[in-house]
Design a protein around this ligand. Sequence first.
Ligand code: PLP
Length: 317
Amino acid sequence: MPQSKNMSPIVLTIAGTDSSGGAGIQADLKTFAAHGCYGASVVAALTAQNTTGVQDVLPVPAAFVQKQMDSVFDDLEVKAIKTGMLFDASITKGVVESLKTRFTDKGVAQPPLICDPVCVSTSGHTLLQEHALEEMTSGLFPLATLITPNKSEAELLLKYSGTTMEITSLEDMLTSAEKLLSLGSKAVLVKGGHLESTMDDVTRIWEAHPEIRAIKQGLFDDNMEILLVGHPKYRTGPLVVDVLFSQGGEKVVLTRPKINSSSTHGTGCTLSSAIASELARGASLTDAVECATAYTHRGILAAEAIGSMLTLHLTTI
Ligand code: PLP
């Protein structure tokens, strides 16, 4: 399968659909396109979904998920893979087996895999059944370049692996990142979008942990105060902090102003797809995460009102 040098890098999403187009495979494909990548998609589950929530889920039989993976990998030179909603244990196991058979077992290098451990929608619908956690943690995580849990996903994964903790502070995020890394992925990004931090919190972390690299994103002045430039969505004070730890020992915190917005549907899907796209284009993991978090931040700022309940996140910028 020769790929010309001028071709867009191919990124594959293995995930669930969102009929209203804001999350899942639809968000993934928009994100790949916005990054100049060609998107292929393996549907693991269908959702009947709109801006009021998820009305129903129809899982695709695992054998058919595997058939789709075969069709893609037999023909396309995939540069990066992203997994999202895998819904149940048999689908998750099928994905793991297909990846192992095609790559690990043959001694062929697997493309980088970003695993977004999608568990529950914001509206409260189950997107990963609990019995799938074993396959996810022991099967998929060891194949993953990066896992990208949010606060509640990190807490669920930690509880499943024997640590009950509530993540309420930056210190908790560092502890959770360390513990999640021991589940076998090459790196972990604990996303802090559901928490609020202050510059004091961040400064305390930087002083206590000089080994942690700080990436400051957004509008700051020389004293690290957030600039208010008159944007109605910016408030003083709250920051979002994401924590990136890798097996190689790299420790990074990424800090940006928190946007006062409920237009966050699909942000997790968008972020993991943006990271996969950046990796497919040859970026290092840290650069990919930095560009992808900034992209998602801009996406929230550019979101438009769609549907009756929530505003959906637009990814076409
Ligand atoms: N639907 C699908 C198919 C998803 O993959 C996801 C999240 O990854 C969601 C819904 C969740 O959307 P929300 O951002 O509203 O939690």
